[in-house]
Design a protein around this ligand. Structure first.
Ligand code: FAD
Length: 301
């Protein structure tokens, strides 16, 4: 818990964040970040596609408080959509509302996201609204619900650590949903703190959406959950077209390939860009063993 807090603290340090941007992928981040630019990222996607793995692309970015930065992020995501289309790769978009101006102005953010969703819609590309911390949860659902009046190529994430997750899931069952345990540090007033309670709720939400929802992305590296889902879909005759497994780029690579080989739909979350620092620190917070990646990198230079 202390290590988790330590890394979450580092992930929120703006000074370190901007220093990291300047100095490129370091500390082993290249193991979990697909590239610093679009061309490198498309190559990583092609490699995964060869193994029957689709991708969801995340343009990394945190601490966006200026409109110019949000506009730059929007343009970068539009360029990714164009590149996905031109290269004919099997990939869609994951975006974070805060990167597109949610902390600046709701309407401004909505316009940015609308432009992205509309461009993606033209090419038949899906756009996932990643979920961030509790403060941004309701505004993000509002953005999704408002934009869904005109677009059907959007979906979002349900974080199982929130007490409200079940209600949110039921309300949004007609969306394609990614279900996760939750990555941010949340207060005991709004979220389960105990791992067992989170895991229990996680399974409950997955099962419900598999039975009642549109399409379920089960995003986890937890083999116990994955094995449970395999058994559950078999027992309930849920066809493969109704769900997929998702993992982050660079994590449990063998298992990613194995699941694809077994015939399950598999999607890798592919983060790219220069703003890798906060993302990387959150991964260390989740699993300090990921420090192995760092150590390896330091000693194999
Ligand atoms: P954990 O609870 O971290 O791990 C369970 C067990 O799995 C571990 O004890 C270990 O035995 C095994 N394990 C885990 N990782 C490894 C590993 N690397 N190697 C070997 N064994 C391992 N969170 C959000 O809040 N919002 C989002 O939008 C969001 N999107 C995500 C998208 C994807 C594709 C993924 C995979 C995660 C996303 N997350 C998101 C993060 C998520 O909420 C969790 O914080 C994160 O996935 C860690 O939880 P876990 O389910 O992987 O398993």
């Amino acid at each position: 818990m202390i290590l988790k807090d330590f890394f979450i603290g580092l992930s929120q340090n703006q000074l370190l964040n901007s220093a990291a941007k300047k100095y490129g992928l370091k500390l082993g981040a290249q193991n979990v970040v697909a590239g610093t630019n679009i061309a490198e990222t498309i190559e990583s996607i092609k490699e995964l596609n060869k193994h029957g793995i689709s991708c969801t692309v995340d343009n990394l970015g945190e601490f966006v408080f200026e409109k110019e930065e949000a506009t730059a992020a929007k343009n970068q995501i539009l360029a990714v959509i164009q590149a996905i289309h031109e290269n004919g790769v099997d990939a869609h978009i994951s975006l974070k509302p805060s990167q597109l101006g949610l902390d600046i102005d709701y309407e401004f953010c909505k316009e940015n996201i609308k432009e992205i969703v509309s461009a993606a819609h033209e090419y038949g590309i899906f756009v996932n609204f990643d979920m961030e911390d509790n403060a941004r949860l309701q505004p993000s659902f509002n953005l999704l619900d408002e934009l869904s009046e005109n677009y059907d190529n959007i979906g979002t994430v349900i974080q199982a650590y929130f007490f409200r997750a079940e209600e949110d899931l039921h309300q949004h069952k007609n969306y394609r949903l990614r279900i996760v345990k939750g990555a941010y540090k949340e207060s005991p007033e709004v979220a389960y703190q105990d791992k067992q309670e989170i895991d229990k709720n996680y399974i409950k939400l997955i099962e419900w959406h598999l039975l009642n929802g549109k399409f379920t992305s089960i995003a986890t590296h937890d083999h116990n959950v994955i094995n449970h889902v395999k058994q559950f879909v078999k027992e309930n005759n849920i066809p493969n077209e109704k769900f997929e497994f998702q993992m982050l780029y660079g994590f449990r690579k063998e298992m990613q390939l194995d699941l694809a080989k077994e015939g399950y739909n598999f999607c890798t979350y592919v983060p790219f860009g220069q703003d890798w620092y906060g993302y990387f620190m959150r991964r260390l917070a989740e699993r300090p063993q990921n420090m192995n990646l760092v150590v390896k990198q330091v000693f194999t230079k």
